[in-house]
Design a protein around this ligand. Structure first.
Ligand code: THU
Length: 161
């Protein structure tokens, strides 16, 4: 028997002052777009700002539905829009923010399992990492690639026989 340990490196910041101008801009964009989320059922408004290699920033927010599984998270709204509009351009960073009752939450929001799998598909497709910038009001976490949040991920290699 072997025991294998999987490590995830997370950079944590107490405020935005140490971040690059690019990361700060992505957080600001994610906060702005979160205000336009359609989240009447949960009241949890998520914003995503996805930076592509060509410099374009794609915005997404969560879109809920009275039939709950039909809705979609902010991250997937952004990544699917990027895939539709710029099918050949990899994404390089994604900032995510969330608010409840008009106030941004203290803790950094983290992508759900389905979003992790979707972002990982993009990373594998382009063989290029997406840096995650998870921004709370009191803490910011940076993870250098989404695959780090999805150890032992299922990917296309399993389907190649
Ligand atoms: N949500 C996101 O948009 N992204 C996340 O990372 C976590 C959850 C949305 C889905 C749903 O509209 C609401 O937040 C509450 O789960």
């Amino acid at each position: 028997m072997k025991i294998k340990e999987i490590k995830t490196v997370i950079k944590e910041y107490d405020n935005e002052s140490e971040l690059s101008a690019e990361d700060k801009k992505l957080i600001t964009t994610a906060r702005e777009v979160s205000k336009k989320a359609y989240a009447p059922y949960s009241g949890f408004k998520v914003g995503a700002a996805l930076l592509l290699e060509n410099g374009e920033i794609i915005e997404g927010n969560n879109q809920e539905n009275s039939s709950s599984p039909v809705g979609l998270c902010a991250e997937r709204v952004a990544i699917f829009y990027a895939g539709a509009m710029y099918p050949d351009i990899p994404a390089k960073a994604l900032a995510i923010t969330a608010s409840m009752e008009h106030d941004f939450i203290d803790e950094p929001v983290t992508p759900c399992g389905s979003c992790r799998q979707t972002l990982y598909e993009h990373e594998s497709r382009f063989n290029s990492p997406i840096r995650l910038i998870l921004a709370g009001k009191k803490k910011i976490r940076i993870i250098e690639k989404t695959g780090d949040l999805l150890p032992l991920a299922f990917d296309k290699t399993y389907l190649e026989g």
